[in-house]
Design a protein around this ligand. Structure first.
Ligand SMILES: Nc1ncnc2c1ncn2[C@@H]1O[C@H](COP(=O)(O)OP(=O)(O)O)[C@@H](O)[C@H]1O
Ligand SMILES: [Mg+2]
Length: 294
């Protein structure tokens, strides 16, 4: 066969109208994304509209997470990752010369598939990014605001100094959302945020995603288009669901993980397995020089 997966998937899932160019929060023009010699994604263009929920869909292994993580340079943490193309945010290519990846991540936050609270209190989890960014004053208020924004405040307000690890899976994921929005990013990336939690907790997060859209721009990897749309939103503008082009030939078994490095190497190189660092990546310049939070 040798066809890219995109045309037929795209025909089935393209929802809604093409966004006006000025409405773009992030624009991706990706020729290739590589892990070492392995070309994981090819020829993927995507415009993420402001205050919308954009769903990245496609079969398992086709590169959804790879594309999502490339938006805020999380893949920089994976050895051998290489991008050919550009990701435009705030008028610049985030992979451009002199751009600080830490500054990019302040503007584009991320929530992972597995809730990954740090082994510290609820409050410290939420304040983590703020502290990293040098915020000292008004932390309590900012923590409360973020927890309210993540629809978690009422459940944790009496246990702010208890360990985040004692929360349920769904609460942990909302805590991770609170942590992501505490620094007031413009865009929040979510990689299958409900795949590891129960249906009731999923419902809460779906409602939350629909509400967050008013303040943030969301890009989400999901198998559930209703999740992208949000409950009760069927009459509102539809999300744009974007299929990802798998670089592997369909006949070679695109959705499989054949031909990969061993699983231990993959686990070690999972970017969500580590707490974020304030450090700079290649070709960086001082934090805050570009892309500081609004
Ligand atoms: N750290 C990595 N090293 C090497 N290959 C990887 C790594 N992460 C993902 N891949 C491979 O890249 C392809 C796309 O993976 P991924 O983006 O996780 O797919 P999806 O999220 O759509 O399931 C798959 O073939 C996957 O096995
Ligand atoms: Mg994935």
């Amino acid at each position: 066969m040798g066809r890219p997966l995109r045309p037929e998937v795209g025909a089935a899932v393209r929802l809604g109208e093409a966004p006006p160019a000025t409405d773009a929060a992030v624009e991706l023009r990706l020729k290739s994304l590589y892990y070492g010699d392995f070309r994981a994604v090819r020829d993927t263009d995507l415009t993420i509209r402001r205050h919308s929920v954009t769903a990245l869909i496609g079969p398992s292994g086709c590169g959804k997470s790879t594309v999502l993580r490339s938006i805020n340079r999380m893949n920089d943490l994976v050895r051998g990752f290489r991008l050919d193309g550009e990701v435009r945010f705030r008028g610049r290519d985030v992979y451009g010369k002199g751009v600080d990846p830490a500054a990019v991540r302040r503007g584009i936050g991320m929530v992972f598939q597995q809730p990954n609270p740090f082994a510290m209190s609820v409050a410290r989890n939420v304040a983590f990014g703020l502290r990293l960014n040098g915020v000292r004053g008004g932390l309590d208020d900012k923590v409360e605001q973020a927890l309210r924004g993540a629809a978690l405040w009422d459940e944790v307000k009496d246990g702010l100094h208890k360990s985040a690890l004692a929360l349920s899976g769904g609460q942990q994921q909302r805590l991770c959302i609170a942590r992501a929005i505490a620094t007031e990013p413009e865009v929040v990336l979510m990689d299958e945020p409900c795949s590891a939690i129960d249906p009731v907790a999923t419902l809460k997060i779906e409602e939350l995603i629909a509400a967050l859209k008013a303040k943030y721009t969301i890009a989400i990897v999901t198998h559930n288009l209703q999740q992208a749309r949000g409950p009760g939103e069927s009459t509102r503008p539809e999300p744009v669901a974007t299929p990802i082009s798998c670089a592997r030939r369909a006949s070679a078994g695109c959705p499989t993980r054949a031909g990969l490095g061993d699983s231990r190497r993959r686990r070690r190189s999972r970017p969500d397995a580590r707490p974020p660092r304030g450090g700079r990546g290649r070709g960086s310049r001082p934090a805050g020089a570009w892309g500081a939070a609004r």
